[in-house]
Ligand binder design. Structure first.
Ligand code: AMP
Ligand code: MG
Length: 398
């Protein structure tokens, strides 16, 4: 048994590097960028009209001119054109190239157009309504940094600079394994002594939020079958997430099988609740990391969120989130266990306030639907007070 702090650090110490890969832009959403991206040309790449109206040369206004003969019409997508006479104007649409010898755009709302002439009803400011060439970014400017998470905003920028394929961090290949003779499939009607599998579905869903599509496996509480299945699984995956079979029970074979398969045990048992019997190790030949969570649904869920997600983030080169929340009630955390307590959050004037969720222990799966995340309380003799800041691990988007 080790402390929560040590266990957490040991998990992070075994972060891995799964390398990089090129993916089509359409598949880059949610991935971690593995290259710095520069502007491939100026942003915008030409003087761009930002209103529908006319383009003029301001010199004419300074000379007192208020009406302009219309030479033609410039639409977005037409190549650059000059005014043949700078006393004239051209009609111009948003997104069109402003003629090089024009410097001001006047929108239709400030004009009267009649018989081929445009007359001002409001005096323009020189240079108005033009998005100047290179005013956002210059060619070669850095616009996206390595290790950015690609969201819809980044996708737009990547598209704008012509990145039809993007270098991203490769995600790990993950297997999720449930164990237990009592477990039946979702579509089955359990006998009175059986329950439906839920952990495998929780883990599958949680991993899919990270863009990982894991392979699923179920094993009976039978040593030989577990050993056979895990020996091949260990060769194929970067990480294996197991649930169940890791405690002190007569049919909890995982720790023993791992040892027999040569997986190095980093720790077994953490001074924490829930999730105390957590077993963690690595197969050194393949660098396969094994997270073996106790099977109680809240234990699996808490340990996945607290340990695996941060291990994944570090492995992908991302910073670890650090969120503190404010306690809305006093909490006792006496004893020698670090408590991972289910909380519901409330936003109040820019603050995040946490209240404990009513729950019935680590088997109480249904309590998780009222839970926004876990607060992590180190044991101490005094109460945690109302208003105290405590670390928080989110289990859903806030
Ligand atoms: P174990 O860690 O195998 O001793 O399991 C602890 C408790 O969690 C037992 O009551 C199991 O029935 C339950 N459990 C184990 N695995 C799962 C699972 N995949 N889905 C739902 N409950 C599970
Ligand atoms: Mg079991």
């Amino acid at each position: 048994m080790i402390s929560f702090k040590d266990a957490y650090q040991k998990v992070l110490d075994l972060r891995q590097d799964f390398g990089n890969e090129q993916v089509p832009l359409e598949q880059a959403m949610g991935k971690v960028l593995a290259e710095n991206v520069m502007a491939d040309r100026n942003f915008p790449p030409f003087n761009r009209a930002t209103k529908d109206g006319i383009a003029i040369n301001y010199d004419a206004i300074e000379k007192g001119q208020t009406s302009f003969k219309i030479e033609g019409v410039l639409a977005a997508g037409m190549p650059s054109q000059l005014l043949t006479n700078t006393a004239n104007c051209t009609e111009i649409m948003t997104g069109a190239v402003v003629p090089e010898n024009a410097d001001t755009v006047v929108m239709y709302e400030h004009l009267v157009i009649e018989d081929g002439w445009a007359s001002l009803i409001k005096n323009p400011k020189q240079g108005q309504d033009i998005h100047l060439n290179g005013s956002d970014q210059k060619k070669g400017d850095p616009i996206l940094a390595k290790h950015s998470i690609i969201s819809a905003a980044e996708i737009g920028v990547l598209a704008a600079v012509g990145k039809a394929s993007v270098l991203v961090r490769t995600l790990p290949k993950v297997a999720i394994v449930s164990t237990g003779n009592e477990l039946v499939e979702v579509q089955e009607t359990p006998l009175p002594h059986q329950i439906r599998k839920s952990n495998i579905h929780t883990l599958f869903a949680a991993l899919s939020e990270e863009g990982i599509v894991p392979d699923k496996l179920h094993l009976p509480d039978e040593k030989a079958s577990i050993k056979k299945a895990l020996s091949s699984t260990l060769k194929t995956y970067n990480a294996i997430l197991l649930s169940g079979g890791v405690s002190k029970g007569k049919f909890d074979f995982i720790p023993q099988v791992m040892e027999e398969l040569g997986v190095e045990k980093i720790f077994h048992g953490v001074f924490q609740r829930p999730g105390k019997p957590f077993w963690f190790g690595i197969q050194n030949e393949t660098n396969t990391v094994v997270f073996s969570f106790p099977g109680n649904p809240v234990s699996t869920f808490a340990n996945y969120n607290v340990y695996f997600k941060d291990w994944l983030k570090l492995s992908l080169g991302l910073p670890l989130p650090k969120i503190d929340v404010i306690l809305k009630e006093t909490v006792e955390a006496k004893g020698d266990l670090t408590l991972l307590l289910r909380v519901k959050l409330e936003f109040n004037r820019g603050h995040l306030l946490a209240s404990l969720v009513k729950e019935n222990g680590s088997g109480d799966l249904c309590s998780l639907v009222n839970t926004d995340g876990f607060i992590v309380l180190e044991p101490k003799n005094e109460l945690y007070e109302v208003g105290e800041l405590v670390p928080f691990v989110a289990t859903r988007d806030l």
